[in-house]
Write a protein that binds this ligand. Structure first.
Ligand SMILES: NC(=O)c1ccc[n+]([C@@H]2O[C@H](COP(=O)([O-])OP(=O)(O)OC[C@H]3O[C@@H](n4cnc5c(N)ncnc54)[C@H](O)[C@@H]3O)[C@@H](O)[C@H]2O)c1
Length: 443
């Protein structure tokens, strides 16, 4: 069934009247809203930093319009919308409540770029309203929410791309192909590191009145109520467990994803060993850890994550990167380059593989967005669907949970969604939503 936009809108006006979590839209009505020649109407949810960038990446393609923008900070919303009007000649309708925005019938896809604690509930609302979704990484802020999102994407049969754009990055694609084809010998270990100053958090600040123009209750949403503090707000929310997971989840989810992709793993981890500490002497306000080393035991290789917030040097002269260690060579990759460093074979007096250094690659946000737009039209699965993102997200949530409850080893039973060796850890699997928000139930 292929409906053009006009027929679709007519039909959907009936189907989606009285939108809300209870509204269920028959999947055949929604199967293909955008004909190949149509423009795709996108809406942005969360406009400040990355949302603004990803919206612009969408608008860089001619087959895209921006028809709506939503933010709970009216200052940010008005400023970003004015710039989009000026730079792209677009006239989005503006909203402070995403539920109102989802009543706008001509929206085909929603970009969700709010803090991590919002991703699950907002994505479920979007899917139930029949929208395709580009949701930022990590998929969600807890394991239970990740599971709900995978189920919801299947249940409502929508196209969902998760913003792990390294899956569209040439340096990573090529190096993973090289390691995966076996020509460099057996993969033994994937060493991954991410060292950034911002991971330390921000200098201490007092609580203060909510700034004018901010709907703080709607910023907190399902997170616990607490007085307003700028350190827990725009940008730096990522250092507080209620909203994010620190450097471990911010960069870890991108980079650890590469250690899974190389073996095409989409499973959650089983055994995870975590060392976490606050070893920086700097007095900063945050809850997340500044120093973490994590080992993920896989069937026949090991993934190691190493993170030191507050320094920006790292192995191979890079602040972040991935080293795929194989019998015949190590491949060191970041978003702009990769290098094959061969082992020396003493008996043959030669290298075991050919050296190679490819540099000058670009970031992959636009290719990742293009893949999403193409999939909206073709209804194919994008390069980073929720199942893939769920695996990467659980790989960062488990060590964060271990760090929070002080366990060195956690054993995760994914089938039953529980840790087998720590009741304290099990208490952090599912978030407690603040009323009136409810953890979505997908039947
Ligand atoms: N893919 C990447 O490389 C990448 C890079 C940076 C950030 N991100 C992700 O993007 C997301 C946003 O991060 P950021 O750095 O832009 O954060 P930010 O704090 O700068 O922006 C978040 C915006 O969401 C708005 N917001 C919060 N609650 C809202 C609600 N209920 N309705 C509407 N708007 C709401 C805030 O007011 C703010 O404008 C995060 O999930 C983050 O992990 C991804």
């Amino acid at each position: 069934m292929h409906l053009n936009r006009r027929k679709f809108i007519k039909k959907s006006a009936v189907a989606s009247a009285g939108i809300g979590l209870a509204t269920v839209i028959p999947s055949e009505v929604w199967a293909s809203r955008v004909a190949p020649g149509d423009k795709i109407n996108v809406a942005l949810l969360g406009c400040r930093n990355f949302g603004n960038k990803i919206l612009r990446d969408h608008l860089g393609f001619e087959d895209t319009n921006c028809v709506a923008m939503c933010d709970v900070d009216s200052g940010i919303l008005n400023e970003r919308a004015a710039a989009i009007r000026k730079d792209y000649n677009q006239s989005p309708r503006l909203y402070s409540d995403f539920r109102k925005m989802l009543e706008q019938k001509d929206i085909d896809a929603v970009i969700i770029s709010t803090p991590d604690h919002w991703h699950c509930i907002q994505m479920v609302y979007c899917l139930q309203a029949g929208k395709d979704v580009y949701v930022e990484k990590p998929l969600a802020n807890t394991i239970a929410e990740c599971n709900i999102m995978v189920k919801a994407a299947r249940r409502y049969n929508r196209v969902v791309q998760v913003g792990q754009q390294q899956r569209s990055n040439r340096a990573f694609r090529e190096s993973i192909r090289l390691v995966g084809d076996g020509s460099l010998g057996k993969l033994r270990k994937v060493n991954i590191w991410g060292n950034f100053n911002y991971g330390l958090g921000t200098p201490f600040r007092d609580d203060e009145p909510v700034p004018e123009g901010v709907d703080y209750d709607m910023w907190l949403g399902p997170a616990p109520e607490r007085p307003f503090n700028r350190n827990r707000f725009h940008g730096s929310w990522r250092h507080y467990w209620d909203y994010g997971g620190g450097l471990m989840s911010d960069w870890g989810v991108h980079l650890i994803d590469m250690g899974l992709w190389v073996r095409e793993l989409t499973d959650a981890p089983e055994k995870v060993m975590t060392y976490a500490a606050n070893n920086s002497g700097q007095q900063r306000q945050r809850e997340t850890f500044d120093t973490m080393t994590v080992l993920y035991a896989k069937k026949d290789y090991v993934i190691q994550w190493d993170m030191t917030a507050g320094v920006e040097t790292g192995p191979w002269g890079k602040p972040y990167g991935v080293a795929f260690i194989c019998d015949k060579a190590t491949v060191v990759t970041d978003r702009h380059s990769y290098q094959v460093i061969p082992e020396w074979d003493n008996s043959n007096r030669s290298h075991k593989a050919n050296a190679k250094h490819v540099a000058g690659m670009r970031e992959a946000h636009q290719s990742h967005v293009r893949n999403f737009l193409d999939c909206i039209k073709s209804r194919e699965t994008p390069v980073c669907p929720p199942e893939t993102a769920r695996a990467a997200a659980i790989h960062v949530h488990v060590p964060n949970i271990a760090a929070r409850v002080g366990e060195l080893l956690l054993v995760w039973d994914d089938k039953n969604s529980r840790f087998t060796n720590s009741q304290k850890a099990n208490e952090l699997v599912t978030p407690v939503y603040r009323a009136p928000w409810k953890l979505p139930e997908i039947v």
